[in-house]
Design a protein around this ligand. Structure first.
Ligand SMILES: CCCCC/C=C/CC(=O)SCCNC(=O)CCNC(=O)[C@H](O)C(C)(C)COP(=O)(O)OP(=O)(O)OC[C@H]1O[C@@H](n2cnc3c(N)ncnc32)[C@H](O)[C@@H]1OP(=O)(O)O
Length: 389
């Protein structure tokens, strides 16, 4: 049951059952708020960033009615008129408290809500915050959006082992935090140049087989985090994307791209094979023949081509990209959080098992590929500066 109801004349708030109620302890009304303070509180209420929960919203509604109209004297709405019944009960529960007392309680309640938001914002920048301890990412939460910024611009945001681990950690946190949307984007001119090829050059004493096994295990876990991510996940593709940064897009819910972005999955050129579940998501999304051009024959797509094939949701001119995309996202982030989460889970849920099976199969094949001469030669060529994409 989610519906809209009016609070006073100007404010519309949503009644959403699943938001946790904020418990407030009102102080006894010794002082009497003036009408000016009451009007100010009404204005302050509009600046609240976080949903205070249904109980609090009903309390605010009731105090407003009592302060402006006095005790409730209207008839009780019918059983099935859930919203108006809840409002009536909240107002009626105030009994005969005076308009002045109700005004003071309203001012106190709004004041508590406003001041309870200030420390939360401050905490987000303190050193103890896990979000500030990433080495390869910058993770922030603002306007109900958690943004995971890939932050190795000097390496075109290539994904090192540390970065795989940090992205998984950031996804786990974003999945649990209060944000409505999670966004992944890149810093600098690239979205991401894919796997950091030096991941394959750090061979330990136990040899290349162990390195391939560890890499397979890491990749399986990494891709699983996208398959299982519980809320809407959006890619803001700010520049070229390569390899796993392209294939993984099939596991995002929406992909926005600048018209400067390109999409390149050069697996056969690197002696490798597809990952990120793309051997399943790409043919499903665009048809087998189109997927083959990308995954077998290294076809690099423009943003417009990727959009025509369904890999990208919408393309924006580079000079207005950030402005247009963030405006859209801020509006989406005002939608009811749980409704979005459950809808995403319905859309993706049926496929989850299949996607995990595809992921496992792709990683087994890759472990074999990484040990192949084809792959080793390609990586050596890159580091000897003989080959770039
Ligand atoms: C744990 C294992 C999991 C494995 C998962 C498998 C995934 C598969 C893939 O992702 S395949 C794709 C791999 N990516 C590439 O092959 C890209 C390689 N990079 C390039 O071809 C070029 O760098 C470029 C086209 C992306 C950009 O070229 P440009 O000339 O514009 O810039 P530079 O080459 O000078 O790059 C700047 C510095 O960044 C380093 N770098 C860029 N990408 C990577 C990368 N993927 N791996 C390692 N290093 C990368 C580049 O070497 C430069 O470094 P330097 O300044 O120290 O020389």
């Amino acid at each position: 049951m989610a519906s809209l109801f009016k609070l006073g004349r100007s404010r519309t708030i949503r009644l959403i059952q699943s938001f946790p109620a904020v418990k407030l302890h009102l102080t006894g009304a010794v002082m009497r708020a003036t009408e000016v303070e009451f009007d100010k509180a009404k204005e302050h209420l509009k600046t609240l960033k976080n949903d205070p929960g249904n109980d609090t919203k009903l309390r605010i509604y009731a105090l407003f009615k009592q302060a402006t109209q006095g005790s409730c004297s209207s008839p009780k709405p019918g059983m099935l008129d859930f919203v108006n019944k809840a409002k009536w009960e909240a107002w009626n529960s105030l009994g005969n408290i005076s308009k002045e007392d109700a005004r003071q309680k309203y001012v106190d309640l709004v004041g508590t809500l406003i001041s309870s938001e200030a420390p939360i914002q401050k905490e987000a920048t303190t050193a103890g915050d896990p979000k500030s301890s990433y080495q390869t990412l910058q993770v922030t939460t603002e306007n109900n959006i958690t943004t995971i910024l890939l932050n190795r611009p000097e390496k075109k945001n290539a994904i090192s082992r540390k970065m795989y681990e940090e992205i998984m950690q950031a996804l786990e946190q974003a999945g649990k935090d209060d944000s409505v949307l999670t966004v992944m984007t890149g810093s600098g001119d690239y979205y991401c140049s894919g796997n950091d090829l030096s991941n394959f050059t750090q061979v330990g004493a136990e040899g290349v087989e162990k390195l391939a096994r560890d890499s397979g295990e890491l990749l399986t876990r990494y891709v699983s985090h996208f398959i299982d991510f519980p809320k809407p996940l959006i890619a803001v593709v700010n520049g070229p994307a390569v390899g796993i940064a392209v294939t993984g897009l099939g596991l995002f819910d929406v992909v926005y791209a600048t018209d400067r972005a390109t999409f390149h999955a050069p697996f056969s050129q690197l002696g490798q094979s597809p990952e990120g579940c793309s051997s399943y998501t790409f043919p499903k999304m665009m048809g087998t023949a189109k997927a083959n051009e990308i995954l077998l024959f290294n076809k690099k797509l423009t943003a417009a081509q990727a959009c025509d094939l369904g890999l990208v949701t919408e393309v924006f001119p580079d000079n207005t990209f950030q402005q247009e995309v963030w405006k859209k996202l801020r509006a989406y982030a005002k939608l009811p959080k749980d409704s979005l989460r459950y809808s995403k889970q319905l859309i993706r849920g049926m496929e989850k098992e299949k996607l995990h099976a595809v992921n496992a199969q792709e990683c087994v094949r890759l472990q074999e590929r990484w040990l192949s001469e084809e792959c080793m030669n390609a990586i050596m060529s890159f580091f000897q500066n003989k080959s770039k994409l």
